[in-house]
Design a binder for this molecule. Structure first.
Ligand SMILES: [Zn+2]
Ligand SMILES: [Zn+2]
Length: 275
């Protein structure tokens, strides 16, 4: 794990040096990843419990393993982690997040309500702190991150079961989130990535993950000259898009990092009328 973290931090440094884009967000991600490692090592209790007896039924029924709408999770550790994450923003823009941290501590802001409001909303719904561009919202990044280590544990535990199950939905089998990015090897299936829990699952090449459209004539992709490693798969039926990283070269790819390093592709897709 530490080796992977070191490699990822190197990749971030590389992107910061080679592409002048999004250095601030990459800095934030760098700090998050270091904190995540520490938090994971010290996690005392599991936030999520999956009933093993129900796993197969859920997967067969297209239901994610974790159902946030039950709202019955112990978020004590996630809250402490979130407050640590706020400090990352606090050191950059002193004062802005202090007020929020204070309100969470004194209970003016109910952390559980805030988290459930965010996680239970259907994708695209307005969350309590939604902004025009969700990608640029550091607070959303922190809210997702506050549950990420606990979700990752579930994702790792059930990865094998899900791989064998032939999960074919376009949303995450662990937490139900829709993907924003994925990876592909030439001539092979795509893998979709969940930013919320870090899970990756195999998905057919010619199909929209969002509406299930399989008509080749209405599925397309575009890429930017000079950045052929990336492409944006679009669906002209539902007007949604997903970013894809070509990993044919075999190098290790961290899709959290790639997602931020390719924010210009999100902007481009949005400009072209894709959500
Ligand atoms: Zn997920
Ligand atoms: Zn579609």
């Amino acid at each position: 794990m530490v080796k992977i973290l070191t490699d990822t931090l190197k990749t971030i440094e590389h992107y910061k040096n080679t592409g002048p884009y999004y250095n601030e967000l990459l800095d934030v991600l760098e700090e998050i990843l270091i904190l995540r490692e520490e938090y994971r090592r010290n996690m005392k209790s599991d936030i999520f419990h999956v009933d093993d007896g129900l796993v197969e039924k859920k997967i067969a029924g297209g239901l994610p393993l974790i159902d946030f709408s039950t709202r019955n999770f112990d978020l004590t550790e996630a809250k402490a982690y979130f407050l640590r994450l706020l400090e990352i923003a606090g050191t950059r823009a002193p004062g802005e997040t202090d007020e929020m941290a204070q309100k969470i501590k004194d209970g003016t802001i109910d952390f559980g309500e805030m988290i459930y409001g965010y996680f239970c909303g259907a994708p695209g719904d307005d969350s309590p702190v939604a902004s025009e561009d969700e990608h640029l919202d550091i607070l959303e990044m922190f809210m997702e991150e506050s549950l990420r280590p606990a979700l990752e544990e579930i994702a790792e535990k059930y990865a094998g079961v899900i791989a064998r199950s032939g999960w074919s939905e376009g949303y995450c089998p662990i937490c139900g989130r829709e993907p924003k990015i994925g990876k592909i090897r030439k001539g092979e299936r795509r893998f979709l990535f969940c930013n919320q829990c870090g899970f990756e699952w195999s998905f057919t090449r010619i199909k929209c993950p969002f509406c299930g459209n399989e008509e080749q004539t209405t599925l397309a992709y575009f890429a930017i000259e000079g950045e052929e490693r990336y492409r944006v798969d679009v669906c002209n039926v539902c007007r949604r898009y997903i970013k894809m990283v070509d990993v044919s070269s075999g190098e290790e790819t961290n899709l959290d990092v790639e997602d931020i390093a390719t924010l210009h592709l999100d902007m481009l897709a949005n400009e072209e009328g894709y959500d």
